[in-house]
Design a binder for this molecule. Structure first.
Ligand code: ADP
Ligand code: ADP
Length: 241
C-alpha cells in the first residue's frame, strides 16, 4: 500500500459568495522513501495540497489515506469515521507529519533543544525521554554543539537545522517542507538541501514545495501544479539515474 494516497481530492474555499476551487480533483500516490518536489505558479494550489497532506485542513471531497489511516473519505458516512474530528486530525498530524517552513517557525525565547522537544510534549512523552530524543534529532542535523543556544544566537542555516530536527524528532511518516530554503543564501541553501538528501538516504519520505528548479532537482520526482490540477508528474534525472 502507498504511504499516501489522494483520490479525486478537491478543496473549495468559500469567500463570501465566491467559491475558490483551489484543488480540482487531485490523484496522487507517494510511496515510502520517495522524494517529491511540488512546483507550480503562485495560486496553483501547492500550499492547499500541503495543508491537506499535513492534516492542517480537510478536503472538500475525495479520499485521503495516510499510512493506512483514512484521514478523509466522503464515500463513508460521517458516523462511521469517514471524516476525522479536529482532535483526531491533530493526533494524526502530531504522529505522522514533520513540518519544515520557509520562516523556520521556532520559538524565540527558548533553546534549540527545547524547540526540538516541543512536539514530544504534545505527544505526551516523558521528560527524560524527551531530552534524549531531542538530542538525538539535533545530532542528526549536526547541531548537538548548539543545543543550548536560542534561535537569535544561530545563523539562518542553523535555525533551519533546528527546525528540521524538530520535524524529525517524532519519527514522522512524512517530512513536508514548504520552501525550506526560501530565506537562505545560496551556499546555505545547498547545505540544507544536502541535509535533506541525507535524510532521504536515511529512509525518510520527503515532499518539498519549491519555486526553484535547482532545488526541485534534488528530488526524484517533480509534480507540477496548474490551476488546482496536476499538470505533470515526472521523474527527475536523479529519479531516473
Ligand atoms: P499556491 O501555494 O500554489 O500559491 P494556494 O494553495 O495558496 O496556491 O492557493 C490556491 C488558491 O486558493 C488561490 O486562488 C488562493 O487564492 C486560494 N486560497 C488559498 N487559501 C485560501 C483561503 N484560506 N481562503 C480562500 N482562498 C484561499
Ligand atoms: P556524502 O557522504 O557524499 O557527504 P551524505 O549523505 O553522507 O553524503 O551527506 C551529505 C551531506 O549531508 C553532508 O555534506 C552533510 O552536510 C550532511 N550530513 C551527513 N551526515 C549528516 C549527519 N549525521 N547529520 C547532519 N548532516 C549530515
Amino acid at each position: 500500500m502507498a504511504l499516501l494516497e489522494l483520490k479525486q481530492v478537491t478543496k473549495v474555499y468559500q469567500v463570501g459568495t465566491v467559491a475558490v476551487h483551489a484543488l480540482r480533483g487531485i490523484d496522487l500516490m507517494v510511496e515510502k522513501n520517495e522524494y517529491v518536489s511540488v512546483m507550480g505558479p503562485s495560486g496553483s494550489g501547492k500550499s492547499t495540497l500541503m495543508n491537506v497532506i499535513g492534516c492542517l485542513d480537510t478536503p472538500t471531497s475525495g479520499t485521503y489515506i495516510l499510512d493506512g489511516k483514512t484521514v478523509h473519505d466522503d464515500r463513508i458516512e460521517q458516523s462511521s469515521n469517514g471524516k476525522l474530528s479536529d482532535d483526531d486530525l491533530a493526533f494524526v498530524r502530531n504522529q505522522k507529519i514533520g513540518f519544515v517552513f520557509q520562516t523556520f517557525n521556532l520559538l524565540p525565547r527558548i533553546t534549540a533543544l527545547h524547540n526540538v522537544e516541543l512536539p514530544l510534549i504534545y505527544a505526551g512523552i516523558h521528560k527524560k525521554d524527551r531530552i534524549d530524543m531531542a538530542k538525538e534529532a539535533l545530532r542528526k542535523v549536526n547541531l548537538e554543539d548548539r543545543m543550548h543556544h536560542q534561535p537569535n544566537e544561530l545563523s539562518g542555516g542553523q535555525r533551519q537545522r533546528v527546525a528540521i530536527a524538530r520535524a524529525l524528532v517524532n519519527n514522522p511518516s512524512i517530512i513536508l517542507a514548504d520552501e525550506p530554503t526560501g530565506n537562505l543564501d545560496s551556499k546555505t541553501s545547498r547545505e540544507i538541501m544536502q541535509l535533506m538528501d541525507h535524510l532521504h538516504n536515511e529512509g525518510n519520505t520527503i515532499i518539498l514545495v519549491t519555486h526553484e528548479t535547482d532545488i526541485a532537482r534534488h528530488a526524484h520526482r517533480v509534480v507540477h501544479f496548474l490551476d488546482g490540477l496536476i499538470a505533470s508528474d515526472e521523474l527527475t534525472p536523479k529519479g531516473k539515474g
